[in-house]
Design a protein around this ligand. Structure first.
Ligand code: OGA
Ligand code: NI
Length: 336
């Protein structure tokens, strides 16, 4: 049988060796608390809108992360998406690294982290990073393409509604998203986390914040996603009906720290593989992100915290930092 797995062990042999005995220095990454993330029933937006918006406000402020049900993506679409995602990642590794894999643009497929200088920087995972243009070119896999399209259509409109609600909560004028986030500037990432022989040494995805305005995620039932709250890591219990929503860096800057982009990570599992799909709600590259300030609800932060920057500048900075150190620095690069 052709191998589906990327050559993690061979490639990171030196880093693995270097990490021997390291796990005791760090916190035990497998010992975390369970949390019940706020669960918001979006059908209530049409019934008791103000009450539902209050729940969203509280969840966004307290957690920066929440789950939503009645989000508009059917269970059927979610099931087929997982099924098709599995098929794609189960293709031979040699095929996945081919130049024209699924007709996608270069570098759509990622595994590990070639810039890593220590094992904790290596995501024990593989991913397909898809722009809307990429998706429209996936002619080989019609079922995958049409399912992704169904998912993205709902995700796009949900992300926009949520971004507008969050702006409204902060008293920020909300035509911004209409003007700066056309449907084709967001993207999708499909993740596969292979079983990892050293779950206490290598993350599925190291601690990070997302560079988006918002991220919408669907995870399977395996579990492994954790978020940081009040200095502690919490495990996000999978819910087959829910999408996980989190605030990204751009919303933190845009809201002048009104909402925080929460650090999260994925821990590896030894026994089974895990899948997730993330939709990153992003603006066009030229869109300027400017801290909204002087809003009554944002006191006591009257002055802008961040410089104005374009999404292009943000991405370039992230890329530069990752190239240089293996890690993203993020928003602190743009502090005034
Ligand atoms: C991401 C991410 C979490 C997961 O892709 O940015 O945080 O559960 N994924 O796969
Ligand atoms: Ni993330």
């Amino acid at each position: 049988m052709d191998h589906i797995e990327p050559p993690f062990r061979e490639t990171y042999k030196t880093l693995l060796h270097k990490s021997d005995g390291e796990e005791d220095e760090d916190e035990n990454i497998l010992m975390v608390e369970e949390c019940d993330l706020p669960l918001i029933d979006l059908s209530q937006l049409n019934v008791e809108r103000d009450k539902c918006i209050k729940q969203i406000a509280q969840a966004a402020r307290e957690w920066g992360f929440f789950q939503v049900v009645n989000h508009g993506v059917s269970q059927e679409v979610l099931h087929i998406l997982q099924d098709e995602q599995k098929k794609v990642f189960h293709l031979p590794f040699q095929k996945k690294i081919e130049d024209n894999f699924l007709n996608l643009s270069a570098n759509s497929y990622r595994w590990g982290n070639s810039k890593a200088t220590y094992l904790r920087q290596v995501p024990w995972s593989e991913a397909l990073h898809l722009s809307l243009t990429d998706i429209s070119r996936m002619d080989e896999c019609k079922r995958l393409r049409s399912t992704i399209e169904a998912f993205v259509t709902v995700a796009a409109s949900l992300a926009k509604s949520l971004a507008e609600i969050l702006s409204q909560i902060l008293d920020i004028k909300s035509t911004y998203f209409q003007e700066n986030c056309p449907p084709n500037t967001s993207y999708l990432r499909m993740n596969r986390y292979p079983p990892c022989p050293f779950p206490s040494k290598a993350f599925g995805f190291m601690p990070h914040t997302d560079s988006s305005f918002l991220t919408l995620l669907y995870q399977d039932q395996v579990g492994g996603l954790q978020l940081m709250k009040d200095g502690k890591w919490f495990h996000v219990k999978p819910n087959p009906h829910a999408l996980v929503i989190n605030i990204g860096d751009l919303f933190q800057a845009f809201s002048n720290n009104g909402f925080k982009s929460i650090k999260h990570r994925v821990v590896s599992t030894q026994e089974v593989e895990r899948f997730s799909v993330a939709y990153f709600y992003c603006p066009s590259n030229d869109a300027v992100i400017e801290s909204s300030c002087n809003k009554p609800s944002l006191a006591p932060v009257p002055a802008a915290v961040y410089k104005q920057f374009s999404f292009r500048e943000y991405q370039q900075q992230v890329r530069k930092d990752v190239e240089a150190t293996g890690d993203k620095v993020g928003l602190s690069r743009f502090l005034l």
